[in-house]
Design a protein around this ligand. Structure first.
Ligand code: ADP
Ligand code: MG
Length: 557
């Protein structure tokens, strides 16, 4: 075929395909237009997963009658005027593509009126062409109705999922905008059923309550952090409220809902060591920074962004969340005076009130209170008393945490304490292990192991890290080589090795400890960064507060 310029109809469908991927993308563009128009009430309605119908009504500025048809032209926008504006975008829309794109793949009706007009205007478009035009009155605002999406685009229709799935995407989308704009009253009706409703009173926790439930909303921790470059705010879950997927992570940058691997990583890093493998936090994070610090013009759907100063943004978001996590209720309880005898316990924020008596203290704090060892239970748990009740400490998990922190610190400083073996141990390696050993010679030495060839596939281990003194030498060498073998994988392999070494090096359950050993263990645990969880995220201790004891014994009700 000779080269020729594509017909307009083809071009507009190609472009529309980028903006409108599925019903939820239509909802997104229309909601963004309503928000840009300053609406404080937005009602969304969808039928048949949004394929049959999507309607978005707002009480925003409306579109003046003379401009209405222009709004359906490609690259027609009232939001930016020149190149300079593109550098500092403050509206959600700016490309002038949404309305023409939607009209290219569906039938559209629009009905709008501004405050200065006596009558509103109504347009009906089919295949992008106006088929009806009327003048009718309505209250200020705009209603856009999109019928039979992709009717003229069968290729795309084929890729849509069931109406239920598409409907759930629409619901998720509306929830995200409700989270981003708590001061806007949102409602969503799916197939005539009210599925979401926010009050628009500006309280983020209330929106979270509407979407995720009130119990969860009450327990969310507040994030508040200001830096020269950016502000970070929002709500995050305490580690005890984790979810098994990332659908509960919402990021808004200058109030734009974005997907950002950078922000996801920053958040998950802040929770590192607090959640078990495969668990993810719930978070609603708002970031505001000067518009020039941001590029939103990356993809027509505008859900991707690029920060000019990625490192700074990453560090600040991580920090903001870490600070919020450290400021958990259990930490604040310590600051509140209480007296067991008078039974007058003042609770700062007793999130534990509705919970069973034995609550696992998964709440992270940067410190542990002073603990007094009372004894050992089942040769496995240390029983200790603190200023606020009883602590049961898992000796293995606690020691794992201590070793893990020390191993990581020694590696980071490249100062691994090595212990020579009085009696070198010989080990037979598999061909694969041998390859790993050869390939990672320097690392192995850096990690504090001295392993030398001894003919055939035999090797002698002459030294191991001093921290591993209790461990089975053959076992930990295997752990090390295993970890190094999967070094290419994207997971943080160093951390994995450190975790396994800590696990193998730690005191086992069932081992009797002297009082002196238990005291030492707790002392060392106090010095770790996250004394309340082991490196895998399991709790190191169970805390039964004085309040809970009093309740259990019926001293208070
Ligand atoms: P963009 O949002 O990128 O400007 P759109 O195609 O989404 O492009 O919309 C084109 C124009 O139509 C907008 O710039 C705006 O002026 C007007 N518009 C669209 N929807 C609304 C609305 N709900 N209320 C007021 N004006 C609107
Ligand atoms: Mg728009």
């Amino acid at each position: 075929m000779p080269i020729k310029i594509l017909a307009n109809e083809v071009v507009s469908k190609i472009a529309a395909g980028e903006v409108v991927e599925r019903p939820a993308s239509v909802a997104k563009e229309l909601i963004e237009n309503s928000l840009d128009a300053g609406a404080i009430q937005i009602a969304v309605e969808a039928q048949g997963g949004g394929v049959e119908l999507i309607r978005v009504s707002d009480n925003g500025t409306g579109i003046p009658a003379p401009e209405l048809e222009l709004a359906f032209h490609r690259y027609a926008t009232s939001k930016i005027g020149n190149l300079d504006d593109l550098e500092k975008i403050s509206s959600l829309g700016f490309r002038g593509e949404a309305l023409p794109s939607i009209a290219a793949v569906a039938e559209v009706e629009i009905f709008t009126q501004t405050s200065s007009e006596a009558a509103g205007s109504y347009l009906h478009l089919r295949k992008g062409e106006v088929v009806r035009r009327e003048s009718r009155a309505r209250p200020q605002g705009t209603t856009v109705t999109v019928h039979r999406l992709f009717r003229y685009f069968p290729a795309r229709l084929k890729f849509l999922k069931s109406a239920n799935t598409e409907g759930s995407h629409v619901a998720h989308l509306v929830s995200q905008y409700a989270l981003a704009f708590p001061e806007v009253k949102f409602s969503l009706v799916l197939d005539k059923r009210q599925s979401l409703h926010t009050t628009g009173n500006g309280d983020l926790r209330e929106v979270v309550s509407e979407i995720y439930g009130s119990e969860l909303a009450q327990r969310m921790l507040k994030v508040e952090h200001n830096d020269i470059l950016l502000k970070v705010g929002g709500l995050i879950s305490p580690p005890s409220l984790a979810r098994s997927n990332r659908n509960y992570l919402s990021f808004f940058v200058n109030r734009r809902w974005v997907r950002s691997p950078l922000l996801t990583r920053a958040t998950e890093e802040a929770y590192r060591g607090l959640l078990m493998d495969g668990q993810h936090p719930i978070a609603v994070i708002n970031i505001s920074l000067p518009a020039q610090e941001l590029d939103v013009n990356i993809h027509p759907a505008k859900a991707q962004i690029k920060f000019c100063q990625e490192q700074t943004v990453f560090a600040n978001v991580k920090k903001a969340i870490e600070v919020a996590l450290a400021r958990t209720p259990i930490a604040s309880q310590k600051a509140v005076p209480f007296s067991v005898s008078s039974g007058q316990w003042q609770s700062p924020r007793m999130i534990m009130d509705n919970e069973p008596a034995f609550v696992v203290a998964q709440l992270p704090t940067l410190e542990l209170p002073l603990l007094r060892v009372l004894g050992q239970l089942a040769n496995t748990y240390i029983i200790a008393e603190g200023p606020d009740g009883l602590y049961l400490i898992d000796q293995h998990a606690a020691h794992e945490r201590i070793l893990y922190d020390r191993i990581s610190a020694q590696w980071a400083q490249k100062e691994v304490e090595v212990q020579g073996l009085l009696q070198p141990v010989t080990i037979e390696l598999s061909p694969r292990e041998e390859e790993t050993l050869k390939a990672s010679k320097e690392l192995i030495a850096e990690f504090g192991f001295d392993i030398e060839p001894f003919g055939n596939r035999s090797y002698v281990i002459r030294a191991i890290p001093a921290l591993m003194a209790r461990a089975n030498i053959i076992e930990i060498t295997g752990v090390l080589l295993d970890g190094l073998a999967s070094k290419e994988s994207p997971t943080p392999w160093e951390e994995k090795i450190a975790q396994s070494l800590a696990c193998h090096g730690a005191i086992r359950a069932g081992q009797q400890l002297s009082n002196e050993e238990m005291r030492e263990l707790i002392k060392q645990l106090e010095q770790t960064k996250q004394p309340r969880t082991c490196p895998h995220g399991r709790p190191t201790m169970i805390h039964l507060t004085s309040h809970q004891l009093e309740k259990e014994f019926g001293r208070i009700t």
